[in-house]
Design a binder for this molecule. Sequence first.
Ligand SMILES: Cc1ncc(COP(=O)(O)O)c(C=O)c1O
Length: 406
Amino acid sequence: MTLNPDGGHYEQLFSKAAQRVAHQSSILVDLPNETPETISLAFGDADPHIFPAQQITASVAGLLAEDVDAVMNYAPADARLLAVVQQRLERRGVSVDPSQLMITYGSSQVLGLLPQIFVEPGDTIIVEGPTFLGAVEYFAAAGAHIETIPVGPQGMDIEALAACLLDLQHRNIRPKFIYTIPTFQNPTGTLMPAIARARLVALAAEFGVLVVEDDAYGDLHFKEHNSPSMLTLPGSEWVLHIGTFSKILAPGIRMAWAYGPPAVMKRLRAFKSESDCGTFVTRLVSYMAQDGWLDRHISSLRSHYAAKSTAMVAAIAEHFPKDVRTNVPEGGFFVYGYLPQDLPAVPLNDIAIAHGASFLPGTTGYANGQGTHEMRIAFSFQTTPNLVTGITRIGAAMRELRARNS
Ligand SMILES: Cc1ncc(COP(=O)(O)O)c(C=O)c1O
């Protein structure tokens, strides 16, 4: 036999997991038909206008002057960054054991490691529907069986979760973990109340299941709230908390953290092939956090994103038909919409793109094909005038689709 890579012979070399990934679509791609002129409200990129370029430049110069050898060589992650994260968690009432804290290259790295340490093909995991499909893709690639729990106005429906756990128990299935984004959820923007968080962690402890609390948007609240991190609740020994500097500094820095049970942290460390994260970047982030600068930056981000959210919500009230229901976010990056029967999201988005704007159809947030009449609209990336123009165009597309159908 002649082995010819183009004839598919490589396929036989790949692991089963790699073969599964090849057959999956990623949501991290451009939407079809979008052009450079499209005002894209589809993706939750950070606002480039408030990247702290000056502070980054000054910090790089400062830390190179401080000790170039130390930051450029092989060495553990900078201990000062661990201290920064520890302090931020402690301020939220978490009693931190530094040995349970780990710095990672983005929270995505932890989400990618999770199935490696927990999932054999066919194992069950539980996610919210809709959710951050980027995470679910990693779990699905490992061959996980995915149970979806609906998200209501107050986040994951905890009674549906309880019923699901009970049903699985009756079938002798112990799920590996529950993946939740309780604070300004991606994509719905919902905030899970304290009482629901307490019940969720109590359920996890009762059924012996890890809760993965993805707190990507936790710092970006537009007003104060009293929903605690799950790490502070009874049963927290069942919680793995993931946080990131992506939304509060810049995604390109790729710095995040995980804090959780010693046994889980031990496996995560063992599977994180780069060992510690780079000295240069970890020192850079700790340098920027000095003297309260990061806190001041986060507070300016909160008002910046709050103003954009308000502008988008106002534009929606003016330009969308009244039977399109949308949430009013109290933090994070997204407005989420529920569309009436005659406005399915995918054809609507095609027409919106022809009008010069786009959003993310709801199906991209479900592992089970639901969400045909839902839409995620990001206010994070575009300028405020573009947000308003984008919403105006999507509103026009809604009227056009409705006219075509009538
Ligand atoms: C809920 C959620 N988790 C994790 C991530 C990935 O973050 P990171 O840049 O830290 O990998 C995102 C990014 O959009 C997100 O929305």
